[in-house]
Design a protein around this ligand. Structure first.
Ligand SMILES: Nc1ncnc2c1ncn2[C@@H]1O[C@H](COP(=O)(O)OP(=O)(O)OC[C@H]2O[C@H](OP(=O)(O)O)[C@H](O)[C@@H]2O)[C@@H](O)[C@H]1O
Length: 291
């Protein structure tokens, strides 16, 4: 699969897409279309540029300690490769960069019903099996940008979802580490995914957060990883919003806390501290740690 810089969305004529009509549901109570209750969109970015041209603007290739830009670069977009389970075609779609968070916001006519944290990510810790989620669960983990799922929970992802791994690897091959750092990749359920000699995998969405450029001894510093976590998460939520399909539960492992060496509470605090913006609604995430 090649990641095309000029993106096209499968099944959409004329290169346009009604992103504003994307239905999103986060949380365990909304995993099927039957019980789906419309909720505020996660990513209300106002008018979207649906042009099919995508460009990637490196964050910074040379200075490994340089901070991610505080102010958005409005021209920055990334290409996100996804694979369609239904027709088994590969597609690419554009997504605004997570490091460009301050897009014009659309004020909804009726503000969402207040909840404890209406525009925040709320993370609940739990002991259990991340992969045991029902169909359409989104499973989030942290990734390097080099196309390797060779250790930690990433290796478990590779065994569960070999077809998804190939998409991840191809995505990484199409951009540089600096371009991918602080971005995300959303991989829809892959029809071909099954463990070796095993049954077909439960259809899960996989969310890859590119929080470190490299792995092992050359991984980014904890400060850099934390710095990349917010834009990566923000990007992922936008991709989910643009996906326009039902996503049920949102689960993650304790991202960054194993091989990347960042205390879980620090990554958790970064994500829970994110302001999602007016009208985006809250996101309930369950963070799993194995027994
Ligand atoms: N089999 C398993 N089942 C269930 N839970 C498991 C598990 N294995 C580990 N955990 C837990 O999952 C959390 C995250 O710990 P991890 O070390 O996985 O991820 P991380 O985010 O710190 O680092 C990312 C880099 O690790 C990978 O390895 P490679 O670089 O490819 O070699 C990637 O590709 C990245 O580069 C911790 O709570 C672990 O207890």
């Amino acid at each position: 699969m090649s990641v095309k810089r000029t993106a096209a969305i499968a099944g959409v004529s004329g290169g346009s897409r009604q992103l504003k009509q994307s239905k999103l549901s986060f949380g365990s109570s909304a995993s099927t279309s039957r019980n789906h209750k419309p909720r505020p969109r996660i990513a209300s970015e106002g008018p979207r540029d649906n042009s099919m041209t995508a460009t990637i603007n490196p964050t910074n290739a040379a200075d490994s300690e340089k901070e991610l830009p505080a102010q958005p670069d409005q021209s920055r977009k990334v290409v996100t490769a996804t694979h369609d389970q239904t027709d088994n075609r590969t597609r690419s779609e554009t997504a605004l960069s997570p490091i460009s968070p301050n897009q014009p916001q659309t004020q909804p006519p009726n503000p969402p019903t207040p909840s404890p944290n209406p525009s925040k990510i709320h993370i609940t810790d739990k002991i259990g099996d991340l992969f045991a989620g029902p169909p359409n669960t989104l499973l989030i983990h942290a990734c390097n940008t080099l196309g390797s799922w060779s250790g930690g929970i990433a290796l478990a992802f590779r065994k569960h979802y070999p077809a998804a791994f190939r998409l991840y690897r191809s995505h990484c091959a199409g951009a540089t580490p600096d371009q991918l750092r602080g971005t995300a990749l959303l991989i829809p359920p892959q029809r071909g995914d099954r463990k070796a000699d095993g049954p077909a995998a439960v259809p899960h969405y996989i969310g890859c957060l590119f929080t470190s450029r490299r792995y092992g001894r050359t991984r980014d510093s904890p400060a850099q990883i934390l710095q990349a976590t917010e834009p990566a998460m923000r990007h992922l939520l936008r991709l989910v919003a643009a996906e326009g399909r039902e996503v049920g539960e949102v689960r993650m492992c304790r991202v960054n806390s194993g091989l990347f060496g960042v205390p879980w509470e620090e990554s958790k605090a970064v994500m829970e501290g994110m302001e999602l913006g007016v009208g985006e609604g809250g996101v309930e995430v369950v963070a799993y740690e194995r027994e």
